[in-house]
Ligand binder design. Structure first.
Ligand SMILES: Cc1cc2nc3c(=O)[nH]c(=O)nc-3n(C[C@H](O)[C@H](O)[C@H](O)COP(=O)(O)OP(=O)(O)OC[C@H]3O[C@@H](n4cnc5c(N)ncnc54)[C@H](O)[C@@H]3O)c2cc1C
Length: 569
């Protein structure tokens, strides 16, 4: 929506469409709780935000992209306020900011703990200003159309009728979000199946750094529902089964008195970066210090010392979620939590300035893209801001491209759309004799991803995962649908999404196998050290008829030479 607004603002003659497989307000962004980062406090600076982001990324982020992102972030956040986003404020009237993991100074703007919800509303209501902006809600994209060497639109299933429609366009921006559903235990909504990543990959665009997957340290057992980092930002602590604040044993700083009024501002331990905190959990589990539950091992997130008043004011949604989904009231009891798949650092390869992919006419922004500012580990609250900064840039650049390339090859596009309708009917709707169920293949995929490509990885585990994925890909064409109807056929969309999941999972596992080092979220127990000589590089996975081809691209280092990642007080 940010991209669409930018394109509309660029030129009153452009006509812009937003295609979404769900109503836009149901996009995963709606569930973001904690906040969005941008420099605002007097004691903060661009330099600090850049440093935190680059260190957090374990030096895999492109430094020109990070610099641009940090510098444009405050204006984008202020713009969003002018469009109606109700940022929480201090008593003085200044923007309130909270500490977030890996950020050494408070710079996370928030709207209580419903930040994504409010951001999405502010953007949605702004899109309504433009008559030229047409929404295709509940249209499901199935293919990017490439003609004369450039992207000239896409096909999408109109879910209400089941018809495949052609959307011809001189420029297309993918803003299709992440792919957490490759894994079994995730904070990600069921719609996050990597569709845009797979569509670009199939059109010949590489997936960059796709092996880097973020675990968030505090998910609710069973459901995977996220307990936002804001709970720790406000002063929550993590303890093991002995009531011990175990993070002090892992070089992340010393514990501070939780009753010290300055405690939340002392960015240490519990506010370490997500990759490290998730790895500490595994180590505690290996030591036998975690608590066994019917939903796996957990530790405790304790916010009781904050008191009811502060909990209700600052993190009311945490209380609501813990009550409804863990059956405990965090005012009186600690919350059981465990690491959970949360975010894809990698995605569709784009350039820094324009969010452009190597395929002319195709752009990507948001979680599906890899610019890259997140490198090997994203810092919490950088992602929502990334949507704004690079969404706006994608809108402007693609608008410009559309103006310069208005001519489309319509007869060819129409023929491709007819072929796509026929393919979907043949492979799914009319198909007889298939023996595989979508859910069986998906469950097996989830299982092998967790076992082989989770928090810790080895050559043996990854080879096994790659082999399982290859077998699942062979079985996939044999899926059969139970529902052959046309209207809102979720059996069909789940089958197509499974194809997307398999593509992204294969690129992920193969890229992880090829990266024989440990960096950020990618931890190889057989290669425990970071190897800057060989791997200070982005991986680029290209789709082929066989296993993906992995190439490497240099990381852009401008002013901040690689160093050791240090956290703590
Ligand atoms: C529970 C949770 C909490 C989070 N909290 C924070 C936070 O506090 N701060 C922060 O910075 N980040 C947070 N994140 C991460 C951040 O919210 C996401 O990275 C970001 O919102 C992704 O936005 P997006 O626009 O890229 O994609 P999404 O918001 O996921 O939207 C994707 C859109 O693409 C459409 N789409 C996808 N596939 C198709 C298809 N085949 N056809 C048509 N349309 C399609 C969908 O319908 C949807 O509209 C959180 C993530 C989660 C899961």
């Amino acid at each position: 929506m940010r991209a669409a607004i930018a394109a509309c603002e660029l030129d009153p003659k452009l006509s812009v469409a937003i295609v979404s497989k769900v109503y836009p307000m149901r996009s995963h962004t709606v569930s973001a709780e904690g906040g969005a980062a941008a420099v605002t406090r007097a004691d903060d600076s661009f330099e600090h935000h850049i440093n935190d982001t680059i260190t957090g990324s374990d030096w895999l982020a492109d430094q020109d992209a990070v610099e641009l992102f940090v510098k444009e972030a405050p204006a984008e956040m202020t713009q969003l306020e002018h469009w109606g986003c109700p940022w929480s404020r201090e008593a003085s009237g200044k923007i309130a900011v909270r500490p977030f993991g890996g950020m050494k100074i408070e710079r996370t703007w928030f709207a209580a703990d419903k930040t994504g919800f409010h951001m999405l509303h502010a953007l949605f209501q702004t899109t309504l200003k433009y008559d030229r902006l047409v929404r295709y809600d509940e249209w499901f994209a199935t293919k990017l159309l490439v003609e004369e060497g450039r992207c000239q639109g896409l096909t999408a299933i109109e879910l209400r009728t089941g018809q495949v429609r052609l959307i011809a366009a001189p420029a297309v921006i993918l803003c299709t979000g992440g792919a957490g559903r490759i894994f079994p235990f995730t904070t990600n909504a069921a719609i996050k199946t990597g569709d845009g990543m797979a569509l670009a990959y199939r059109a010949g665009v590489p997936l960059k750094d796709i092996e880097f997957v973020q675990y968030h340290p505090t998910g609710l057992p069973g459901t995977g529902i996220l307990i936002t980092e804001a709970a720790r930002g406000e002063g929550g602590i993590l303890v093991n089964k002995h009531g011990h604040r175990y993070l002090q044993d892992y070089n992340l700083g010393k514990p501070l008195d939780v009753h010290d009024p300055n405690h939340p501002q002392k960015r240490t331990m519990e506010l370490g970066p997500r990759d490290k905190l998730s790895q500490c959990f595994v180590k505690e589990m290996e030591k036998g210090n975690t608590i066994e539950t019917p939903y796996g091992h957990v530790v405790h997130l304790d916010v009781r010392h904050l008191g009811e008043k502060k909990i209700d004011k600052k993190i009311p949604f945490v209380r609501e979620l813990a009550k409804n989904y863990a059956g405990i009231d965090p005012v009186y009891e600690p919350i059981p939590v465990r690491p959970v798949i949360h975010y894809m650092m990698g995605g569709v390869h784009t350039d820094t300035l324009n969010a452009a992919t190597p395929l002319p006419g195709l752009y990507a922004a948001g979680e599906c893209a890899c610019v890259s500012i997140n490198g090997a580990n994203r810092l919490g609250s950088n992602s929502l801001t990334e949507l704004l900064v690079f969404g706006a840039r994608a809108g402007q650049a693609s608008g410009q491209f559309a103006r310069d390339h208005a001519q489309l090859h319509l007869p060819a596009l129409e023929a491709m759309a007819r072929d796509e309708q026929e393919r979907i009917a043949r492979d799914f709707i009319r198909k007889e004799g298939g023996t595989e169920r979508v859910s069986t293949i998906r469950t097996e995929l989830n299982k092998t991803m967790e076992e082989g490509a989770g928090i810790y990885r080895t050559e043996t585990s990854l080879k096994e995962t790659c082999a399982v994925i290859a077998r699942l890909r062979e079985r996939y064409p044999n899926v059969r649908l139970d529902d052959r109807s046309l209207s809102f056929n979720t059996d069909l969309t789940a089958a197509i999404e499974l194809g997307y999941l398999l593509d992204v999972a294969e690129a992920l596992a193969q890229s992880a196998l090829a990266r024989t080092e440990s960096r950020g979220s990618h931890q190889r127990t057989d290669y425990p050290k970071r190897d800057d000589v060989k791997f200070l590089k982005h991986s680029m996975a290209y789709r082929t008829d066989g296993v993906p081809r992995i190439e490497y691209l240099d990381v852009t280092i401008t002013k901040w030479p690689p160093g050791e990642r240090k956290y703590g007080n």
